[in-house]
Design a protein around this ligand. Structure first.
Ligand code: HEM
Length: 476
């Protein structure tokens, strides 16, 4: 019994000893693996090219997968990127995700090296399943590689959609939408209801494009096909919108210039390109100006001085509306719609800011980081339009890349003029036509956690401030 007890104890001891040994060796193995991985992380992070030097600094990365875990786990990845770059005190970094090097950039000098000096090397786009899908297999320009299809569509948009003649041709449709905007806000006032500025600004921007197109691919394919049929059967003869323009374009041999798919995907891409930027910046601008009533008052006085109080502000006034343009510029600086500009991909090994950038890297110029860079902007988190005022003309374009509005270079936005009209008319009408009062609990302008819009839609009460006969009515 004793023996068996002893045996049991010894067995138990042996068993538990061997279990401890197993656990110990497991722990030692794990520690060893972690140690090797950590060493490897350090080593891989110091990867260099013998001619072109070292990669930009960045967080240590895991073998094979690189920083994939951090990118996946940090749901707020843009905040994570800006945080570690601030901690490392660097304006350029390298994050490796599997075999791809992602290069975030926070200062105008490095952004200019990429978008201007080395524009030819950085003018490709990353190819992903998502961009392939939205562009119908890269039929449209925004996400396409720098190929003949990109050239064809970009050139076509420049001459047929955003050329001065075409912008003029579509003026009346934009003017009508500006009137609808005022009418809607006034109706909210009459109904004693507050105005949800997110809803209003998005609706206005989307309607501008919708009026230009009349249709949107996803919901209106049958309408597009019907319109094509009308043109082909000779039933339709008058050009009314961009869809008519697209359908009737001919190549030199007299055949349709655009295929049916190119038309469908291009119409959808126009929506992507033009809705979010103006609506987001005007929602922010109005929220900031309601919270700083002095700014709103000054903006109203400036418009009154240019336009008077006997007519509504028009596109033809924009040249003189420098203070309104400064307010919109400030919104683009401080509150860009997206944290990063659309990625530009390098087509060969190169260097930027003296660091090695391997072919296929994705340069991510940070709209958020440039606009809030304390080396460029005094008190960067303050909404202060005055910082853009100068003796000359104020413009929404920013070719020095101190923030990103329309970007620059061969992948820069083609619609600086049209985008300016859309943004400034939206803001100017809201400022000229109404006095604004915040709701009783004020306007909370904190940012959403994982994006850059206000966490809650900006909502306020509007009261007409011009003579009643100037306001559009339902009958107009
Ligand atoms: C206020 C309005 C707008 C803003 C702020 C804006 C801004 C931008 C930005 C930042 C880019 C990326 C540039 C880069 O990758 O470096 C871009 C690209 C582009 N935008 Fe706009 N955009 C606006 C309106 C429009 C409109 C109305 C159109 C079309 C009519 C348009 C057409 C395009 C196209 C085609 C590209 C891609 C250019 C390329 O990759 O070759 N945008 N835009």
């Amino acid at each position: 019994m004793k023996l068996s007890n002893a045996t049991t104890i010894i067995d138990t001891f042996t068993a538990s000893a061997s279990m401890s040994t197993t656990i110990l060796s497991l722990v030692v193995t794990i520690l060893l693996i972690l140690g090797v991985l950590k060493l490897y992380r350090r080593v891989t992070n110091r990867k260099t090219n013998k001619n072109l030097g070292a990669l930009p600094p960045g967080p240590a990365s895991w073998p094979l997968i690189g920083n994939l875990p951090e990118v996946l786990l940090c749901k707020l990845s843009f905040r994570w990127v800006h945080q570690f770059m601030a901690e490392m005190e660097t304006d350029i970094a390298c994050i490796r995700v599997r075999n791809t090097h992602i290069i975030p950039v926070l200062c105008p000098e490095i952004a200019s090296e990429i978008y201007k000096k080395k524009d030819a090397i950085f003018s490709a786009r990353p190819l992903t399943l998502g961009t392939q899908e939205t562009s119908g297999g890269y039929l449209t320009p925004i996400f396409s590689p720098c190929n003949d299809q990109w050239k064809k569509m970009r050139k076509m948009l420049i001459s047929e959609v955003v050329s001065p003649a075409r912008v003029k041709w579509l003026h009346d449709k934009r003017a009508k939408e500006g009137d609808n905007l005022v009418l809607y806000v006034q109706n909210q006032y009459k109904a004693n209801k507050s105005v949800n500025l997110r809803l209003v600004t998005r609706h206005y921007s989307a309607n501008l494009v919708r009026h230009a197109n009349s249709v949107i691919r996803k919901y209106h394919d049958p309408v597009i096909h019907e319109r094509m049929r009308q043109w082909r059967s000779g039933q339709r003869k008058d050009m009314d919108d961009i869809l008519d323009v697209f359908i009737t374009l001919k190549n030199p041999s007299g055949h349709p210039f655009l295929t049916d798919d190119e038309i469908r995907y291009q119409l959808a891409e126009l929506m992507i390109g033009s809705v979010d930027n103006p609506s987001n910046s005007v929602e922010w601008a109005i929220g900031e100006m309601i919270n700083q009533p002095k700014l709103m008052k000054k903006a109203q006085e400036k418009i009154d001085r240019v336009v008077g109080k006997e007519r509504l502000v028009q596109e033809s006034d924009i040249g003189e509306l420098n203070y309104i343009k400064a307010c919109a510029r400030e919104a683009y600086r401080l509150h860009p719609f997206s944290a990063f500009n659309i990625p530009h991909t390098s087509t060969e090994d190169t260097t930027v800011a003296g660091y090695y950038i391997p072919e296929g890297s994705h340069a991510l110029v940070s709209r958020y980081g440039l606009g809030r860079n304390p080396k460029l902007w005094v008190n960067p988190l303050k909404f202060d339009p005055e910082r853009h005022m100068n003796d000359g003309d104020v413009s929404l374009l920013e070719n020095d890349l101190r923030f990103i509005s329309f970007s620059t270079g061969r992948r820069g936005c083609i619609a600086g003029v049209l985008g300016t009209y859309m943004t400034i008319m939206l803001l100017a009408r809201m400022v000229q036509c109404f006095d604004w009062t915040p709701p009783p609990n004020g306007i909370d302008l904190s940012e959403a956690v994982d994006e850059l819009s206000p966490a809650m839609p900006v909502t306020a009460f509007a009261r007409p401030r011009l003579p009643p006969h100037l306001y559009p009515t339902d009958q107009n």
